[in-house]
Design a protein around this ligand. Structure first.
Ligand code: PMP
Length: 389
């Protein structure tokens, strides 16, 4: 039994919503979203704790989802369930509460707490967590003879707005090695869309076209660890996997060449005072930089959490355009994201970042973030929603 997906669809003009068995969760091939990327989505993380699942900033993710939909003119009155519409104008707050309620039900219905324990005990996953994937999209619905003029033009306004919520178990997004030793990344030749192309404040499917290309570019890339390897190649001597850095993620630039973000992560740069090579204990001797919203980035919820935590710890956080080469001379660089959490970056384009291993500031912020998210540290920010199971 693989579990259920909650779906809200239109069938012959009728609203149909409810839990659908995993294998039956299907949409029509002529759905608008398949052809024109007319979908927006979220990725939300639930941490498995002893008593249940701690959902991290679920309400903020659902708020971003409703806003992403609005940017594409998919308004709550198009997709809110009948029970909410019948109460009058649907507020964002009611919709978000409804999505949260369904998410909690779905986690329990899919028995994810027990399954996570099972896969961990059996050694099938390293660090299982609950991943929640809601999608709002333009679908397909035809009442009369479907062969006559199906609604498949670019204009999406005649297609129904549908949605679903899926929950499942996922494992370390960038791998165990990246968490322990830092990720090797490259700068992709595929830039982020510029602001007048697709809206980056919406977490829209179309934004991920360049992301996919950049991601493939990274996972198919490898760098020689040092010049010595290059000399051996020239002499025709064999090289092994250990001689290479394998890139696992790309950093994408804006169309004007500034650092934007990873394909599924925001990015931060840490600089120590006066380029002091020691690891400073004092937050006042550190500056943290991250690209601003205007750098074609998704306004990440983990990014926002890390900015708040860092400021509360006394670090100065500066949102500013970042040239690519700052990544090469930085003392620490790290990614943030729901799936990636806080992942240190140890090399960029084959150049070691700082000491080439996770830095003190990165690890400190990661510890604070994960302890709050897992309910191991008082949550003074009100970020965690708990589901008992
Ligand atoms: N940028 C992109 C392109 C992403 O896909 C994500 C993951 N949602 C992020 C940044 C990080 O956002 P968040 O912290 O909200 O997961």
């Amino acid at each position: 039994m693989a579990g259920y997906i909650y779906m809200h669809r239109k069938e012959k003009g009728e609203e149909v919503s409810g839990y659908v068995p995993w294998d039956d969760a299907k949409i029509h091939v002529l759905s608008h979203v398949i052809h024109y990327s007319s979908g927006v989505f979220e990725g939300i993380r639930g941490y498995l704790t002893r008593g249940g699942v701690a959902i991290f900033r679920g309400r903020d993710h659902y708020r971003r989802l409703v806003r992403s939909a609005k940017i594409y003119r998919m308004f709550p009155e198009h997709y809110a369930p009948r029970e909410l519409r019948e109460r009058g104008k649907v507020s964002q707050k009611d919709l978000v509460s409804h999505f949260m309620k369904l998410t909690k039900e779905l986690i329990r219905k899919n028995d994810l707490c027990r399954k996570a324990k099972e896969v961990k005990d059996e050694g099938k996953m390293n660090n299982p967590f609950v991943y929640i994937r809601p999608v709002i999209y333009r679908g397909y619905d035809v009442k009369d003879d479907p062969i006559l003029k199906p609604p498949l033009g670019v204009n999406p306004l005649g297609n129904p707005v549908e949605w679903f919520i899926a929950t499942f178990l996922w494992d370390d997004y960038l791998g165990k090695e990246a968490i322990e030793n830092g990720a090797n990344v490259i700068t992709s030749a595929w830039a982020k869309n510029s602001p007048s192309t697709t809206p980056f404040m919406a977490k829209g499917a179309s934004n991920y076209a360049t992301g996919q290309l950049a991601k493939m570019e990274s996972v198919l890339s490898a760098f020689f660890k040092d010049y010595d390897v290059l000399e051996r190649v020239k002499k025709g001597q064999p090289i092994t996997k250990e001689d290479l850095f394998l890139a696992i993620e790309s950093v994408q630039l804006t169309t004007s060449g500034y650092v934007a973000e990873g394909t599924g992560e925001n990015i931060f740069v840490v600089m120590y005072e006066n380029g002091d090579p020691g690891d400073p204990e004092d937050p006042k001797k550190v500056k943290i930089y991250t690209p601003p919203i205007s750098a074609s980035i998704l306004p990440g919820i983990t990014r926002d959490s890390i900015i708040r935590l860092a400021k509360d710890e006394g670090y100065e956080v500066i949102e500013t355009m970042i040239p690519r080469e700052l990544l090469y001379i930085a003392d620490e660089v790290f990614f943030t994201g729901t799936a990636a959490e806080v992942t240190p970056i140890s090399t960029v384009d084959g150049i070691p970042v700082g000491k080439g291993k996770p830095g003190r500031v990165t690890l400190h912020l990661r510890r604070l973030y994960t302890e709050i998210a897992r309910g191991e540290r008082p949550d003074k920010y009100g970020w965690v929603d708990f589901v008992e199971c």
